[in-house]
Each structure stands twice: as structure tokens, then as C-alpha cells.
Design a binder for this molecule. Sequence first.
Ligand code: URP
Ligand code: ZN
Ligand code: ZN
Length: 464
Amino acid sequence: MSTVLIRGGTLITDRHTYGADIFVEDERIHDIAPHIPPETADRVIDAAGMLVMPGGIDVHTHLDMPFGGTTSSDDFETGTRAAAFGGTTTIVDFAIQAKGTKMRDALDTWWKKAEGKACIDYGLHMIVTDLGTSGLEDMDDMVSEGVASFKLFMAYPNVLMVDDATIFKALGQTAKNGALVCMHAENGGVIDTIVQRALAEGKTAPVYHALTRPTRAEAEAVHRSIALAEMAGAPVYIVHLSSEDALNQVREARDRGLPAFAETCPQYLLLSIEELERPDFEGAKYVFTPPLREKRNLPKLWDGLRHDHLQVVSTDHCPFCFADQKHLGKDDFTKIPNGGPGIENRLQLIHHHGVNAGKISLNRFVELVSATPARLFGMYPRKGALEVGSDADIVVWDPNALHTISAASHHMRVDYSMFEGFEVRGNARQVLSRGEVIVEDGRFHGRAGRGNYLRRQARGGAWN
Ligand code: URP
Ligand code: ZN
Ligand code: ZN
């Protein structure tokens, strides 16, 4: 295995900023010191003027995921390659338990999807749809396979939604086995009723996807999730939080000292409901769940990131092509596959609109996109850290590189960008995954299948 020296950069972790060199050997960080002699390494990366950070960790992606009669357009190869271009070196994707089947069947299915394809390391959450008689033992079985987190849905009735008793039982099981429950928090029954009413009134355009999902339906479900977790004696993690209403519920719980955590995504920080009103059905590009909200929510979410009411920025990357897939809902917004692309642009957008705009520090940036996801999801300090012994998942970040986000140049397998034309300053120059330079100056040097499945530890940071 060749050795790499990253020389002369400024190291940024969630806690510290300092100048040092990093020596990489056998896929790990072997040494961190002020001046490591260059002749000791096979390859020297000159990082003068660069920031050197732990690779990004995106704990919310949907690659090769069946949804609404189609499948998300990035598979584990195209999706993880695009992630790497943007400085993300680890993802945690979602396997889905089909109703009436064992979670192990889903795990096998998702391992097969990733096998020979993943370009970076990946973990898996398990989406629980059915807790039959052996269901709770299934959860323990998953934890023993390194699936240290589960997602449950309060939305999508008859498809993914589970009832409160199921959620409460699952939370109770994690109180014993140390996994973390992730909640899709929207009141599915209420939303479905509003949706049926809208359709009956002939309201079929994409914007009705947003207008039929009020923020109170999100806030109520966030409140209920946290209450159920409190009664079960378990922590809880709210995924893709989108509104001030919902954020207030998390903040109140955390103020009471409860182990409630939440993520938001770049789309909720940077885009608003007006996007769904674009002409020529282009609003469909912005149909995902929860929906984009009124503009006034955006600064509240940024405040939430700054004050640690929100702990993580993930992407909820779930791409569907506009030309064929989004058009499935041309005459009925409920048939538009829910999801949007973003796996490649998370670090660029949060660095530019967060750090460059003075909303968050560089250390907070690393905390949000790498260290906290690693801690909460049982990967720290193997991932999310620059420490001797950590995996050498490292991003050499050029804070002054200018980049314009566009579907014409991105690497995601999808025919549009939610952030088309956005100009950012700051981009990944070199990306190392377990010591291998897989992206350099806009070129991919990795290979499909080199990414490993990550067995994650239960009782991660949410339990401390
Ligand atoms: O619209 C979305 N978010 N699609 C992906 C599935 C989910 O709920 O995360
Ligand atoms: Zn969800
Ligand atoms: Zn999702």
C-alpha cells in the first residue's frame, strides 16, 4: 500500500483549527505533526493555502430505491461517485423492509445493490415497515450486522407508514439494543385527507404537493415522535426537518434535556415553496417530502444550525429524472415520485452559504457535515475525525475555488439540478477515501466496488 503525505495545510476538525501535516499509511492516518519529511512518502500532496478536513458523511441517501412505480436514478456506483466529487466519503443509505418479510431479506437486497458498485464506504439504516411477531428480534439481528439505526415513517399511509404502537415498540427495543431511531415526522393521516380533498377539487399541479402538507402536520409528528421516545426511554433523530414549527418542537425538547436530535438538508436552507410554481411542470423537480416551505423558515433553520437545535446537514438525496420519472405525475401531483438530487453539492452549498456568509464557523461546518453524523451513527472516530488511527477519509478543500452548480457538469445521474446556476466559493480539490486519492482536480480516480460496507456501533453519540 502506498503512503501519502498531505503537507502544509490547515487542519479543520469539529473542535480545532491548526497547521500540520498528515501522513497516511495502510488506509489510516498514521501521523499528524508539524513538519513530516516529504521523502518518507510515496506521494506528497501540497496543501498550502488549503483546508484539510475529515471527509463528508451523508447519513441520508436513497440510491437505487424503488418508489411510486419507479426507482431513484442514481445507483450505488453513480451516486457514490458523485458524492466523492463533492467531498463526501461516507454515506448511510436506507434498506427497506418489505411488509411481511424479514429485515435480513432487505439487508441482503441492499448489500447486493451496493456490491461491486460503491465507490466510497457505506452503511445502511433499516426502514421498518412491519413489526410482526419476530420483528423486535429482527431489530437486534440488524444491530449485530452493524445496522445501528432504523427509520420509521409517520407518513405515506398504506405504503411505509406505521402506527404509534409500532413506533413505541421499536423505540423500546432500541432502548435495549442501543440503536438510534430516525423518524420521518409528518402526520400522514391528516395529510392524506387534505390531499384527497385537493384532488377532488381538481388541484393537480405540483405546488399542491406543498400546499397539502402544512407545517403543523410536521410539528405535530415531531412532537409525537419525541413524546414516544421519551416514554420509551430512547433517543430519537428527526430526519429532513423543514420548518420553524417543527424546529420549535426539537428545541423545546432539547431545552428539557431530552436526547432529541434533528437534521435538515440544503434544499430547506436555500429554497422555498415558490420553486413548485415554476411553469411547464418544472415545479415537479422540487417535489419531495416534507415539501419546501415559505421563505421565512430559512433563516430560522440557519439559526437552528448555529445554536445546535439542529445537529446535522444531510441531503436526502433521492433523484428522479425530470424527463421521464417526474412526468409520471403530469396530471396528478400525488404520482410525482418524491425526492430530489443533492449528494454532490452538500459541502459546497453549506460552506458557501454557511461559512462564507458568516452564519457558521468552519469548525461548525465540519461538525454538521461530518463529525456529528459520525458520532450519532456509530462511526466516530473511525470516520468524521482527523486522528491517528482514523480512516484516511480526507478532503483537501480549496476555500477559494469558484464553481457554478449545473446539471451540465454535475456527476449525479439525473437531468436537472435543484441548485442550477448557484455560484459557490469553496470546493474539494483532492478527496481521499481510506488513503486512496479518488478525486483530484475534477477527475475521478477511484473505482466501482472499492467502497466497503461499514459495520456501525450501537450506543453512539445519541446515548451519551
Ligand atoms: O421525498 C423524499 N424525501 N423522498 C425520499 C423518502 C423520504 O421520505 O426520505
Ligand atoms: Zn423521509
Ligand atoms: Zn429520505
